[in-house]
Design a protein around this ligand. Structure first.
Ligand code: FAD
Length: 690
């Protein structure tokens, strides 16, 4: 009977009862929308069909973690159209089935703008592309024989595997028969924003020249031609207007399943506290309550993504400069593509204010391209002159502006503070600024102790910036997400009334008050930073500042095992901060742990601002001092070695480790280096750095 019933249910699916409808909420699904909502039709994932349908000659694929590669891809598409008359499709690598690349026509061109994420890895949206290229068949079958491509990489030379992902893709594409045109351009984040823009600008100029020659097109001077149109009327119902909800599910409350990069969870804040004990800096410990979402799980070492909101002060600054009155900023607008097939990158209909508060990264650095367009749109001759000079001498002045942390509004204010910039269209900002991105934090708890309450440790980014003329008062620079988290903490503790200019305010209740509580939008990203499967193995952990976060989880996990009478190996923890009375994170907890589990945790501290005979001490120095023991643990006891924190610190610790292995392990430097590489392959040497 059961079998008969199940067979009947299966066969009648879609006839007697409805198949689940794809979510077709108005503002998240537009014919051109490619913004995060995955297409369900197979054909729409075929890039070749899409290019034919939309009459595109070039496909610009981006693999982007921070939004920068995506921004470069959009700017390149604009320039292809404006300067060569070539129509380019901007494509998120995750939105397409890569097997269709084998039918890529010989008369079309592919361009890849690929960030390398962490130590040589792909960004999240390029994982499937990497898998496709690593497939065992691709190299043997010359599958990509028709394909011609240009490539540009974004990396950070503080990492050993600098720009590795673009190189790896290039090698594999060529092995599969594809032909690279031109050279691989490489941007280096370690050299700063201006240098990256410069490097991209140079590669772009060479690439466009080569593309023009390949396609028989003559280059014209660049002018801004919007590809989007903002229509000031919309007949949408209030419920259909995008007010900043990250996904359609949020219209009816926070989703309770399928939490991911496209669909975060609005998590209540269970606990928050200040961790710094003195000084004018802040570090926030926050625990989130995920008990209502059983499918949302984490393991020690995973990352938690926080989806921030832009600070009100910066939203208001930009709105004021743009000259938007109350009606204009709140009126419902529709955003449509001027040309069929150009993606509308954000949900629409919406309001101008929503776009600035929730959708665009308005606080980040200004790009060379945007300055180029803005100079034409400044409301006064002085403003134009200032921006023209900046555009002409970008390397020198751009570097200077970067040290002042100018965002687009601050730059406009500097160029012309007294007249409204009514010529600047919203479309230009949407096309030039990246999408507001979630920030990642290493989870600072273990599920064995706090399965439903993952914690993070965020040091609040607030730096004095150099004064600018003509506005000589130095404003502090405030990082977006960490100051948002600080505001959340202050709301929870009823401290918002005591706000000072040094504490930016945020629309904490969120779109449609869905974040009242307070709640924070988050999702969890699995990482490869993991404890050994054998808990008896000793672990060595090195962390500076908030780099200690994942080690709190590791130690909690080992402590839990020990308290259950199970074997848990020894832990040697190197921790660096400024001063023991200022920023010694979780000091009470480490001391309590050492009392409860004697002999399990050996903590070695390095203080860089302690007035002592030793002077400034950093963790790498402590690793050297304990070099013999570290080498013995690695060579004889198969210990695991973990580093977490800044890229620079990790590089210094690695150098110290190679020296120590050479000195105490009777190895040459090359052998010690090879040994570390081998440990890395075996996952016994792991880094979680940013
Ligand atoms: P942002 O606004 O993103 O600014 C960050 C930096 O960008 C600034 O300091 C500045 O250098 C530059 N910048 C921004 N705007 C401008 C401008 N207009 N002009 C010039 N320069 C500008 N952090 C932690 O505190 N704890 C953790 O456990 C932790 N774990 C991490 C784990 C991973 C895997 C990664 C990738 C990062 C981690 N981070 C961690 C860092 C964290 O993700 C954020 O980058 C950090 O908190 C700063 O975010 P923010 O939004 O406050 O600053």
């Amino acid at each position: 009977v059961i079998l008969a019933f199940l067979s009947f249910a299966y066969l009648s699916y879609g006839y007697l009862y409805a198949k689940p409808e794809p979510n077709n909420h108005l503002f998240f699904v537009s014919p051109q929308d490619t913004s995060g909502i995955k297409r369900r039709s197979q054909d729409r994932r075929n890039v070749v069909e899409k290019m034919n349908e939309l009459d595109k000659d070039v496909a610009i694929f981006f693999g982007s973690q921070s939004g920068r590669a995506q921004g470069f891809a959009s700017s390149l598409a604009r320039e292809c159209r404006a300067r060569l008359g070539v129509n380019a499709l901007v494509a998120d690598l995750d939105d397409y089935d890569h097997r269709h690349l084998s039918t890529f026509p010989a008369n079309k061109i592919m361009i890849l703008i690929l960030a390398t994420y962490g130590e040589g890895g792909p960004p999240d949206n390029a994982n499937t592309f990497q898998e496709y290229l690593s497939g065992s068949q691709i190299e043997k079958t010359s599958k990509l024989a028709n394909l011609r491509y240009f490539a540009y990489g974004l990396g950070d030379s503080n990492y050993r595997l600098y720009n590795r992902f673009v190189d790896e893709v290039d090698e594999r594409m060529q092995a599969a028969g594809a032909l690279r045109l031109g050279y691989i351009g490489k941007g280096d984040a370690a050299l700063g924003n201006t240098a990256t823009e410069d490097s991209f600008g140079k590669w772009k100029a060479d690439m466009l020249k080569a593309l023009g020659e390949t396609m028989g097109k003559e280059a014209r001077p660049m002018t801004y031609e919007p590809s989007l149109e903002v229509i000031d009327q919309c007949a949408a119902e209030p419920a259909d207007i995008y007010l900043g909800e990250p996904s359609p599910q949020h219209l009816t409350g926070s989703p309770k399943s399928n939490i991911n990069l496209q669909n975060p969870y609005a998590a209540p804040v269970a606990l928050s506290k200040e961790l710094f004990t003195r000084g004018d800096r802040n570090c926030v410990h926050i625990e989130f309550d995920i008990s209502k979402v059983p499918s949302l799980k984490y393991v020690s070492g995973d990352h938690l993504a926080v989806w921030p909101i832009n600070p009100e002060g910066e939203v208001e600054r930009l709105i004021g400069l743009l000259g938007w009155g109350w009606t204009m900023r709140n009126a419902c607008i529709d955003i449509v593509a001027k040309e069929n097939g150009t993606p509308v990158p954000l949900p629409t209909p919406t309001t101008r204010e929503t776009v600035l508060r929730y959708y665009l990264e308005i606080c980040g650095p200004v790009s060379y391209d945007l300055v180029g367009f803005m100079k034409e749109l400044a409301p006064s001759e002085n403003g134009k002159k200032m921006l023209e000079a900046l555009h002409r001498d970008w390397t020198r002045i751009g570097e200077e502006l970067s040290s002042k942390y100018l965002n687009v509004a601050k730059l406009m204010q500097l160029a012309e503070p007294n007249q409204p910039w009514t010529n600047v269209p919203l479309a230009l900002l949407i096309e030039s600024l990246p999408k507001l991105r979630p920030r990642y934090y290493s989870i600072a708890s273990s599920p064995s102790v706090a399965a439903r309450k993952p914690a993070i440790t965020a040091v609040v980014n607030a730096m004095p910036s150099i004064p600018t003329t003509p506005s000589p008062t130095a404003e502090r620079f405030h990082g977006v997400a960490t100051n948002y988290l600080l505001a959340v903490k202050r709301q929870l503790h009823g401290e918002l009334d005591s706000l000072t200019p040094d504490h930016p305010s945020y629309a904490l209740s969120g779109p449609r008050n869905r974040l009242e509580g307070p709640k924070v939008l988050l999702h969890i990203r699995p990482s490869t930073f993991k404890l050994p499967t054998n808990p008896a193995r000793p672990i060595i952990m090195v962390g500076a500042g908030t780099g200690i976060a994942p080690f709190r989880g590791f130690v909690q996990e080992r402590g839990k095992l020990a308290s259950m009478g199970k074997e848990a190996g020894r832990a040697l923890l190197f921790f660096g901060c400024r001063h023991p009375d200022e920023d010694f994170l979780y000091r009470d907890e480490w001391e309590a742990f050492q009392r409860q589990q004697p002999g399990m945790l050996d903590m070695v501290t390095a203080f860089s601002r302690l007035d002592s005979a030793e002077g400034k001490v950093y963790v790498q120095q402590r690793v050297r001092e304990r070099g013999q023991e570290v080498a013995r643990l690695l060579l004889e006891e198969q210990a695991y070695f973990y580093i977490c924190g800044s890229v620079r610190m990790a590089a210094d610790v690695r150098v110290a480790l190679v020296d120590m292995l050479a000195q105490w392990g009777s190895k040459s430097e090359e052998e010690a280096d090879r040994y570390l590489k081998m440990l890395k392959k075996l996952k016994r040497y792991q880094e979680d750095v940013w």
